[in-house]
Design a binder for this molecule. Structure first.
Ligand code: ZN
Length: 198
């Protein structure tokens, strides 16, 4: 409900706003809000709780900042601090490729299982993997209703505007369920020899 509310309000404001700086700020705040509520819904669904703890709140805000920060790649690719240059790129900047959060998620999960023994560190790495995935994928899905979701090197998948909010909700639900299953299985799996005892 909150995810849809933030997304719709942000898009309504963007349609009526002509000022480039205000548009960029609104867009960034909308990405932030969607990511905050997306992670909150993942955490509450996964833990089957109704109340957001301090940890959940901190992680949600971190997820929001990460999602807003994705657009910094526009400035990096434009090699300029000017907003006009950043929004006039001829191709999509690298952090908008959805293959990246998927690879980062896999690397962090594998690393947590192979290199570390500390349960705390393992959980931290796994959570970090999920948080960055939600931050980036929620950003990509929102941007994607204009140019499609970019799975490099395979290309872009286009979809209409109306499905980006249900897609975001579906990703949150899927991640919550995947976390539940993986966390349960990890407690039962065989011990893999660790290189580092963290
Ligand atoms: Zn973007």
């Amino acid at each position: 409900m909150c995810i849809a509310g933030v997304a719709v309000l942000g898009d309504i404001f963007l349609q009526s706003c002509q000022n480039l700086h205000l548009r960029a700020l609104t867009d960034s705040c909308t990405h932030f809000g969607i990511a905050v509520f997306s992670w909150m819904s993942v955490e509450l669904n996964c833990r089957q709780q109704n109340v957001c703890t301090k940890k959940c709140l901190f992680e949600s805000i971190f997820c929001g900042f990460l999602s807003s920060a994705v657009d910094l790649d526009h400035f990096i690719c434009a090699a300029s601090f000017k907003l006009k240059a950043a929004v006039s790129l001829s191709s999509r900047p690298f952090l908008h490729c959805t293959t990246i959060p998927i690879i980062v998620l896999l690397v962090l999960h594998m690393s947590s299982r192979i290199f570390f023994k500390s349960e705390r560190l393992k959980t931290l790495l796994r959570d970090l993997g999920w948080i960055q995935a939600i931050a980036l994928v929620s950003h990509h899905l929102r941007d994607g209703h204009r140019r499609g979701i970019w799975i490099c090197p395979f290309g872009s998948i286009k979809y209409p505007y109306v499905v980006y909010i249900p897609f975001t909700l579906l990703v949150c639900f899927t991640v919550a369920k995947a976390r539940q299953i993986l966390d349960r299985n990890l407690n039962k799996t065989l011990k893999i020899p660790s290189c580092f005892d963290a």
